[in-house]
Design a protein around this ligand. Structure first.
Ligand SMILES: [Fe+2]
Ligand SMILES: [Fe+2]
Length: 169
């Protein structure tokens, strides 16, 4: 049986992963309606991935004798000043999620829950990748984006598989 504290923090993470998915969908809508189809494709894909993260937590909780709670989600911001502004927000949000995962890892050690500790290691590595890929795009938008947004957008399109094909890894 999962301890209540662990169940609660996993449910908190379900809300955060679900919100991440909705946030990236809102950003994708902004990008698509502002002519940045490459950026939109990247964000739709990102939203799919976050939904898979949400599902991983749901399945884990249910399998371990806990119960996943599907919450209401806060309405994500729909307006952005620029593509750079969008990716700055993505990075800020991913840093928040990383801190959240780290807090969970610390709690599993405190509570000596080594199964959940082990389960979370996938997310620890995933966050390293997430932050690195967003930083890479931010560097690109600062370099290329200033003079050629078309080229930047096309480059971003090449970074991801199209939405709907994200795989749970
Ligand atoms: Fe995530
Ligand atoms: Fe993420």
């Amino acid at each position: 049986m999962l301890k209540k504290k662990i169940e609660d923090i996993c449910n908190r993470q379900i809300e955060r992963e679900g919100f991440s998915s909705n946030l990236y969908l809102a950003m994708a809508v902004w990008a698509e309606t502002n002519g940045f189809s490459g950026v939109a494709a990247w964000l739709y894909s990102q939203a799919d991935e976050e939904r898979l993260h949400l599902l991983k937590f749901i399945k884990y909780l249910n399998e371990r004798g806990g119960k996943a709670v599907i919450p209401a989600f806060k309405k994500p911001e729909a307006e952005y000043k620029s593509v750079e502004d969008v990716f700055k927000e993505v990075l800020r949000h991913e840093e928040f999620v990383t801190a959240s995962i780290n807090e969970m890892v610390a709690l599993t050690l405190e509570e000596k829950d080594f199964n959940t500790h082990n389960f979370l290691q996938w997310f620890v590595m995933e966050q390293v990748e997430e932050e690195a890929s967003v930083k890479n795009i931010l560097d690109k938008v600062r370099l290329v984006g200033k003079t050629n947004m078309y080229e930047f957008d096309r480059d971003v399109l090449g970074l991801r598989k199209p939405s709907g094909t994200a795989q749970a890894t």
